[in-house]
Design a protein around this ligand. Structure first.
Ligand code: AHR
Length: 316
């Protein structure tokens, strides 16, 4: 598994291997259709991609879809009309992209999927720069199995319904817990990747499960929902991290604070620095070079032992 530093090195190496220079990218105009700002991770990703564009002198046209696919489709069409050199698309859900991706392809504009995937033929886009969400879910389940001797009733806080992040994190988790007959997912519902959604759904799980007495662990598809669950568990008079274990995904600064305080138990890093490899891929395509269909960006699992130190470094 790669650390953030190793990922930066390997993606820089990709740029060098593709024979690119920042100077060649400085004249590019690129459209970026972002999902919104539902989580701490999303906010960091937006800031990182904007900063990377500025560093390279790229003219970035940014559009915030506020969680709506229709807004993303409109944004992509507007980027095509402006004649951009490439498009970054963070698709809110997996389905319904074929037509607009075809329009971009017909206009000769390469589309890079950033962070999430689509259920469309891969000839319709240039590449996907993203983590393998199935692996993240499997890693969370492997940690939980080891931590509980494979005996645990789990509640699952799912991400946005229909998103590749929620679908694949669920599938990856289930693929591992399916091997352990005494690990059961007793409840599973979407908290929409938000802190308030996580809190609200966790409150309903606690109510339905005798105030939480039947719950051994929470698997949250992101840190923000885990942090919402922490609040709900405390308000129910239980101790998160001890009475109910919590494992989540993203590795945002706040989760390290929660882990250092003993409120959560593990997080898996989702790298937010996806701009560099995305811009490199577009520049390479413009030069007629081959680009791999999936540029992977998986991160490691972090535990409480390094949480205080990580929080200090990441909250600067
Ligand atoms: O697609 C990635 C997910 O979307 C992140 O885990 C979550 O925090 C976000 O909003």
């Amino acid at each position: 598994m790669k650390s953030l530093k190793q990922f930066a090195v390997s993606t820089a190496a990709l740029g060098v291997a593709l024979g690119l220079s920042f100077a060649a990218q400085a004249e590019m105009m690129i459209g970026f259709s972002q999902i919104g700002s539902e989580s701490g991770w999303r906010t960091s990703e937006t800031a990182s991609i904007k900063a990377e564009a500025e560093k390279r002198g790229i003219d970035l046209k940014f559009s915030d879809a506020q969680q709506k696919q229709e807004n993303q489709i409109k944004a992509v069409r507007s980027f095509i009309a402006q004649g951009v050199d490439g498009i970054l698309l963070a698709p809110v859900v997996e389905t319904g992209w074929d037509q607009v991706l075809k329009e971009a392809k017909d206009a000769g504009i390469p589309v890079v999927l950033v962070d999430r995937g689509v259920a469309a033929d891969d000839s319709l886009y240039l590449t996907k720069v993203a983590s393998d969400f199935v692996v993240e879910g499997a890693l969370a389940a492997a940690w939980l199995a080891a931590e509980t001797n494979a005996v645990c009733d789990v509640v699952e806080l799912q991400g946005t319904v229909g998103s590749s992040a929620a679908n694949d994190r669920k599938a990856g988790f289930e693929s591992v817990v399916g091997n352990f007959p005494a690990i059961n997912i007793i409840r599973s519902q979407s908290g929409d990747f938000t802190r308030s959604g996580g809190k609200e759904v966790m409150e309903s799980f606690l109510k339905a499960e005798d105030g939480g007495k039947n719950i051994c662990a929470v698997y949250a598809h992101n840190d923000d929902m885990a942090l919402g669950a922490v609040q709900a568990i405390k308000e129910a008079g239980l101790k998160p991290g001890t009475d109910i274990l919590i494992v989540s995904i993203d590795a945002v600064p706040d989760i390290f604070k929660a882990m250092a305080d003993g409120d959560t138990n593990a997080t898996i890093e989702l790298n937010p620095h996806l701009g560099g490899p995305s811009f490199d891929a577009i520049a390479a395509a413009k030069e007629g070079k081959d680009v791999p269909k999936w540029i992977k960006a998986n991160g490691p699992l972090f535990l409480p032992d390094t949480a205080a130190e990580e929080y200090k470094m990441r909250s600067k």
